[in-house]
Design a protein around this ligand. Structure first.
Ligand SMILES: [Zn+2]
Length: 284
């Protein structure tokens, strides 16, 4: 086995049997997971690494203060999870992480796969592994979805990751616009574009965070959309659908990586950002 270190991990040249290699290729074709991701995930499982761990970069309080300077690369994020959400340097759109790949929903509505060198100022991810799977017969609104997801949580004091798959009859979402560093989040998101999409096959990915996490995460539910064709996505505001598959993962560990950028080090993070986060979500 040969090994050399790359800026965001290691390239390993390992010998696989024909049988394993054929099965791996079949799996990747079937799921569109990358080979890197399958190997990373199965090894993490076998070695019991970062099990049920939520990895977070920076804090929601810093984002509210306009600390939009990217401090972690997309390539590095892939070493800490395969599922999650965030935003990009200069608040340039919404971050979507699913099955080990990362996308960027731009305020034009376009979805692109950013290079591993792209940077993020805020991100939350995990290696998703469902503890429980439930099918929701009918979802009539965003509030109705949240009420049904509430029933799947066992405590108000633990973080939970949610993955929702299906065909959404209607899905409403918004995408943050690029903003200058230091412009507060409420101002930056005042004119963010909103989109409505009918009959959208796709996945919602995100987290529920306890109220006590209000100074560093986003209390309550925070879900992002990626359509199955990877052409649409954003921060979800509304939903209707039926026969939606919900997978739930209880988070057991939280790891926070705090930026050492001058902007983060000098920001005033003593306030409570929850109200500003609520306003940024529903600007009208
Ligand atoms: Zn969001």
């Amino acid at each position: 086995m040969k090994n050399h270190k790359t800026p965001t991990g290691h390239n390993v040249h390992a010998h696989l049997s024909d049988t394993i290699y054929a099965a791996l290729k079949r799996h990747c074709q079937h799921t569109s997971e990358t080979i890197d991701h399958v190997i990373q995930r199965t090894l993490a499982d076998a070695l019991d690494i970062e099990h049920h761990t939520m990895y977070q970069v920076s804090t929601s309080g810093a984002l509210v203060q306009g600390v939009y300077q990217g401090c972690v690369t997309v390539g590095d994020l892939k070493n800490h999870g395969d599922f999650g959400l965030g935003t990009y340097d200069s608040l340039d759109g919404e971050g979507l992480m699913l099955d080990g790949r990362i996308w960027q929903a731009l305020s034009s509505g376009q979805v692109v796969e950013p290079p591993d060198s792209a940077t993020a100022p805020f991100w939350v991810c995990t290696n998703f592994e469902a503890d429980k799977t439930v099918t929701l017969d009918s979802v009539t609104s965003w509030d109705n979805l949240l009420t049904q997801l509430d029933d799947m949580r066992t405590s108000d004091n633990l973080f939970v990751a949610f993955r929702v798959d299906g065909v959404f009859d209607t899905i409403d979402y918004r995408i943050a616009c690029k903003a200058d560093y230091g412009v507060d989040l409420v101002t930056a998101t005042r004119d963010q574009p909103e989109f409505t999409f009918k009959n959208c096959q796709g996945t919602l990915m995100g987290f529920w965070a306890p109220n006590y996490a209000r100074t560093f995460n986003i209390p309550g539910y925070h879900l992002h959309l990626l359509s199955a064709d990877h052409q649409h996505g954003g921060h979800v505001l509304g939903i209707k659908g039926s026969k939606l598959k919900v997978q739930v993962m209880n988070v057991q560990n939280v790891v926070m990586a705090l930026p050492e950028t001058p902007a983060f080090l000098s920001a005033d993070l003593s306030g409570d950002p929850a109200e500003a986060l609520g306003q940024a979500d529903n600007p009208r």
